[in-house]
Design a protein around this ligand. Structure first.
Ligand code: SF4
Length: 357
């Protein structure tokens, strides 16, 4: 028998579900792309990226046949770039191993790059209506509040508790709708701060509301101080062109393009750091002309302060990459064609608009 709570939730979803591009045309390929884009990213942010992606890559074959640089260019600004690289690689595997069709079985989905247990369950339930519960940020918050969970939802035991609870609620044959309904309730009503309990269809089932603790749940993880690094980058000019280098394919911002440079080491000046990095990475001696600006950014696991300098090559104008796989001398008007992380794009825009060097 379907629990009353689940019936109330599904009724609410039928009346309140937002019209979203991947819901209007819920083909498995579109559900997969949407699920990956929605990881750690809000729906409003994802919609324009999703539409652009579908224009550029209307099917799995077009992703599989694309150059990685084009995949990263379409993804630029959405962050967590490993998601784009994994999508590209997964599309190639699907073409070869599954004849261009997204597999239905969760274990086959999980074998693809970038698809973990929760994404596999979400895709299998929404695209193929497989009876599986899933957890994302919104679902975890709603479920944790319903049972007044007294532990952070990220804990391993908490996740298993929430998954077990979701399994007891899952209406057989309607898993896709049910999982989306929980996501939607978390996005529209059971908000992280000041949830709209007066509009919630589950208010009578909610232990947090009964106890008056809905603002305190889920419990926060204790925040650790993020490590901070200082780095330098060189905007190196020659014949009205600027040098950009491609980052190694794996790791942070893998495959994106950057103004070369690197991390400051103990006891080094910023200028010495830049000269050393350019020598180590590109075997390119330069003279530093002036500092352009200082940029700050926070990634998931660290904060960075980057000092950017204008430079010109000395005796050896042709770089010989030792670490970075490729480099180009480009006109500033061409920089927009190369996918970049946030700081490098800021530098590119500065030098293009303001002729800083
Ligand atoms: Fe969330 Fe409030 Fe609904 Fe409980 S009653 S599920 S806290 S919106």
């Amino acid at each position: 028998m379907v629990p009353l709570l689940s019936i109330k939730l599904l009724d609410w979803f039928n009346l309140n579900a937002r019209i979203l591009p991947w819901r209007q045309n819920p083909q498995p390929y579109r559900i997969w792309i949407a699920e990956i884009m929605l990881q750690q990213t809000r729906v409003d942010t994802v919609i324009p990226y999703f539409n652009r992606w579908m224009e550029e890559f209307p099917d799995i074959r077009s992703v599989a046949q694309a150059d990685q640089v084009d995949v990263l260019r379409v993804w630029e600004g959405l962050g967590y770039y490993a998601r784009a690289r994994n999508l590209h690689q997964a599309a190639q595997i699907i073409q070869e191993k599954y004849h261009g069709e997204l597999p239905k079985k969760p274990e086959e989905l999980r074998s693809l790059p970038g698809i973990g247990e929760y994404s596999a369950n979400a895709i299998a339930s929404i695209a193929f209506n497989v009876d599986l519960p899933t957890l994302d940020g919104n679902i975890s918050r709603v479920l944790a509040r319903l049972i007044a969970l007294e532990a952070p939802v990220q804990d391993k035991i908490s996740r298993q508790t929430l998954l077990n609870f979701a399994s007891t609620l899952l209406p057989i044959g309607h898993a896709g709708e049910f999982n989306q309904a929980l996501m939607e309730l978390g996005a529209l009503v059971c908000l992280p701060h000041k949830p709209h309990c007066d509009q919630c269809p589950l208010i009578e089932n909610c232990q947090s509301f009964t106890k008056g603790v809905q603002e305190k749940i889920p419990q926060k993880l204790s925040k650790k101080n993020l490590p901070h690094i200082t780095a330098t980058a060189g905007v190196i000019w020659q014949n009205h062109r600027v040098l950009i280098a491609q980052r190694p394919p794996k790791g942070l911002l893998g495959g994106l393009w950057e103004f070369p440079g690197g991390k400051l080491e103990d006891g080094e000046t910023l200028e010495d750091c830049l000269l050393r990095e350019l020598k180590e990475e590109l075997d390119l001696p330069v003279e530093i002309d002036k500092k352009i600006a200082v940029y700050q950014h926070t990634y998931t696991h660290f904060r960075i302060t980057l000092h950017a300098y204008c430079c010109h090559p000395l005796t050896h104008p042709i770089p010989k990459p030792k670490i970075q796989p490729a480099f180009y001398w480009v006109a500033t008007s061409e920089l927009s064609q190369f996918p970049m992380g946030k700081i490098d794009r800021q530098i590119a825009q500065s030098i293009f608009k303001e002729s800083l060097c």
